[in-house]
Design a protein around this ligand. Sequence first.
Ligand code: SF4
Ligand code: SF4
Length: 386
Amino acid sequence: VKLHVDDDDLASCVSCGLCLPHCPTYRVVAEESASPRGRIAIIRQIHLEDAPLDDERIGYLEACVQCRACETACPSGVPYGRLIEGAKHTLAAQGRITPRWQRAAYRVLGHHRVLVAGSRALAVAQRLRLVPRRFALPRLPLRAEPLSPSVGRPGSEPVWLFTGCVMDAWQRDVHAAVQRVLEAAGAGVALPGRGGDCCGALHQHAGLSADARRLAERVMSAFPGDAPILVDSAGCGAALKDYGVLVGTREAERFAARVLDVHEWLAPRVDRLRPATGTRPRVVVQDPCHLRHVQKAHLPVRTVLGVVAEVVELDDDGMCCGAGGAYATLQPTMAAEVRARKLDAIAQAGGGTVASANPGCQLHLAAAGVAAAHPLVIVDRLLHGA
Ligand code: SF4
Ligand code: SF4
């Protein structure tokens, strides 16, 4: 079977194995096929040697968290993310991965009103104790206060805040905290209208590239003008920054160039933030893979957090926490084993509050009892005493 991958990308791996110790799934199972080099070999076998698309090979590809730590580690610059996304695109097109029920769930993400209404129904069911604990869902809000735009305030810098799909339905309070911090740093915040919600990241990870492109077109038209587009979810930010490649037009490239992780915008403006108190609690920083390995924008988180807190580093070389978008739901055993290593690193760092700039990571850690919060929720609390 010919996979949707570039032969030069595939040939760029020289099988040196330097990526292996950086791969979370290899660290758990210590099997070559569960490593980046092993997965690239599987893609080669299928694409170049016509090896059968058997369950075993597909299973190893599906067990990849798509954290892209292997890209950071690779001295040959192998674009592993492109390879696995291309392979999954073909597997999904052939109906070998992402079954119908998953496609239906992904489709809901693009219908924001349905998603919000469904989340509310789930919140009610939680209050009635009708949702089994094994689903490890966070406590969902019964009602979320609408956000109010502040763009146009005299003297403010105009910015867009990307609010997303699940995050807006489940964690609008995080957006509210982010907006307060942005305004304290001089921003006038604009909010997207209809269609500016789902970025398509989960669709792209699942091999549903056509759906991801449709959502990208819709998102791009919801953010007119040239103001920066700030994102407080690392996974969404990585997807939005990749629209130039995904959509392949000049307009998409221009859009992608406007996208910043919210900490990237704040870091050069931190002198405008004045802490309410002199106390500086210690906060452990956990880097979401899509911030560290994909956007390479993890350092500004430290600059912003450092205004109000003593930043504590984890000694695990930015290893994935196992959340991986929908991965924690689809591959719960591996996700829990990967997370166990992160929990050890957090314990070694002395525990306490953990800052994570991605809602998926934050919820995945919180489900294991970690006091995890978005970095700007912590900053907002310490700035405004909320
Ligand atoms: S992906 Fe890079 S680091 Fe890993 S085996 Fe291939 S060339 Fe080496
Ligand atoms: S993306 Fe992450 S899980 Fe997948 S092969 Fe690379 S390092 Fe391993």
